[in-house]
Write a protein that binds this ligand. Sequence first.
Ligand code: TXE
Length: 479
Amino acid sequence: MNIQNYINGVYRLPLSNDYIDNYNPANGIVYGKTPNSNTEDVAIAFEAANSAFKSWSKTTLEERSRILIKISELLEANLERFAKAESIDNGKPLSLATSIDIPRAASNFRFFGNAITQFASESHESVGLNAVNFTLRQPLGVVGCISPWNLPLYLFTWKIAPAIAAGNCVIAKPSEVTPMTAYLLGEICTKAGLPKGVLNIVHGLGTTTGQAIVEHPNIKAISFTGGTATGAHIARVAAPMFKKLSLELGGKNPNIIFADCDYDTMLETTVRSSFANQGQICLCGSRIFVEEKIYEKFKKDFVQKVKQLKVGHPLDVSTNIGALVSKPHLEKVASYIKIAEDEGGRILCGGIEVTVKGFENGYYLQPTVIEVQNNSCSINQEEVFGPVVTIMPFTTDKEALRLANDIKYGLSATLWTNNLNRTMQFSQTLQTGIVWVNTWMLRDLRTPFGGAKESGVGREGGFEALRFFTEPKNICIKY
Ligand code: TXE
């Protein structure tokens, strides 16, 4: 199926007249074309957004809320169609797209449709000066949202929903690797009655379309999720124009397991936190540190469970691990397994590309567990973003903390323990934006979401996102 841009409420071909191939990762076949939009396409999207802003920014909160919730309902009503499209485009199991990706995209719209009606600003009475201050929270204008391929509609809408709820108009670009559900979203927005121009979806490569959005002098803010190197590049381009920036970048998250945890829950969750979505989630716990007392037991049990995971066609209901998103990505992940071996890592299971019968050209890899000797090897320091985890033992709390923090990234950490003092000490000392204790990826959309260190700048989620997408203006009245 060929994809088009969605600008000013209608689908249209790109002025660039340039297209890229869209691959189905399950079989390696090109199944459609995606526009590679240029600066002219971004310019017409900007004009549409800019014209819509005057009226959208003055639209009542009740009306904005109603439209966002309507989008959410329409996504839910089209769950099957969207989930299938996501699975085909990305390679993720259909069961995952149906239970997580699309429901969460719907929740994003519902959540921010409700949140905007509760978003308030501050006032300060300057006692003794006969003055009162209050803060207006005004939308920024036209903003840019750029998202990655791992959770395509989920992360795309996580940015768009708060941006439009707050009264901005948006130019959004999904990853060129997984454009399909973002394409389908346009039609849902039209049906929900979103006024034309409020959301404009342009497709294309990061270096052409993405770059054109970031470089546009009148786009006031960029909300970006993707790789750390891309985030640094975007910051360099956007900073001299004083754009507001929210950057959600890579992660290499520690999963710290103590002997006093609830073992069975930990084991089951650790399989998920390692390999959900083929390990292509920035929150996956890819460095597993296990207290020495239970290390050998964990190693045996974990490897046994991982071996049971079924690699298969994404649309097959019995599949646990689908296809990786693209051939270059599969090659990158496989190259890291080789590097790990060269650096002394021991492969406990997986490590090989597999073929799925009937789909021999798909991008499949066995879930892989590697035992490493230290935390300084490349496989422990660099983001692989695939179905590959490492395990190593530790003996003391101090050592576990040092290992966890000895990394340039700081997105999330998972801690398994039933000791309250240890929980508090780790929570305070872990250098990450998110800490999960005795769970993983339990999300409450009101909480601040984002990373420390090279995992990003700023926070998404809840009122943090609405603050990002608004400019505070203080008014001081003397009486
Ligand atoms: O990310 P990119 P990719 C990490 C992960 C992965 C690596 C690369 O390590 O292997 O990033 O993945 C757009 N100006 N994460 O290639 O390139 C691009 O088109 C403006 C972590 O997908 O950063 C896409 O829409 N935009 C991450 C988006 O940026 C540009 C999830 C992300 O692409 C651009 C995914 C430019 N110059 C990957 N260059 C997470 N933390 O969730 C690219 N883009």
